[in-house]
Design a protein around this ligand. Structure first.
Ligand SMILES: [Zn+2]
Length: 173
């Protein structure tokens, strides 16, 4: 059952939507160790260090992107989320032509209360933006849509990453 906006898309775009919707899960690339990166991201976010959160996010994305064999991404972590009429912006994905990297921007504090974003929310946002990149670069879709399949890919990869962290050992989930 596609989202309501599907009905307003052209037949060509509906085809892309259906392709996206049909891909129901996304595992971390085989042989790529992600647990330490995830643990480092959690601790740097807990310490509210923007520079360390950016380094940890970049290291995780580098490992995933290398594992999937796709174009590089430069990650930018900014302090406070901008808010607009639509609500708070969580993350932003901006494609570019290789060899230039694509860009992901994520915010580590909420706009309203300036609190540091919860770890799982932050990780999910980062992976959400990565999923837009993978739509273009891994699945070679001409557009990236928010489909049910898209959210399932975001979800399964985020859960697998959290799982990889807990199997690393020392940090309780
Ligand atoms: Zn999105």
């Amino acid at each position: 059952m596609p989202f309501a906006y599907y009905a307003r898309l052209s037949p060509a775009r509906q085809r892309i939507y259906r392709e996206s919707d049909a891909i129901q899960s996304l595992e971390p690339p085989p042989g790529v160790a992600t647990g330490d990166h995830v643990a480092r991201l959690r601790s740097s976010l807990a310490a509210a260090s923007r520079a360390d959160v950016q380094k940890a996010s970049q290291a995780l994305i580098d490992a995933l992107v290398a594992g999937y064999g796709v174009q590089k991404i430069r990650v930018r972590v900014l302090a406070q989320r901008p808010a607009d009429e639509e609500g708070e912006l969580h993350g932003l994905y901006e494609p570019d032509d290789p060899p230039k990297p694509a860009h992901i921007t994520v915010w580590m504090r909420t706009a309203a209360r300036k609190d540091v974003v919860a770890f799982k929310t932050f990780l999910r946002t980062l992976i959400h933006e990565l999923c837009h990149h993978l739509d273009y670069e891994l699945y070679e879709l001409a557009e990236t849509f928010h489909t049910e399949g898209f959210y399932k890919r975001e979800s399964t990869l985020t859960h697998a990453l959290l799982q990889s962290e807990s199997t690393t050992g020392d940090i309780p989930g």
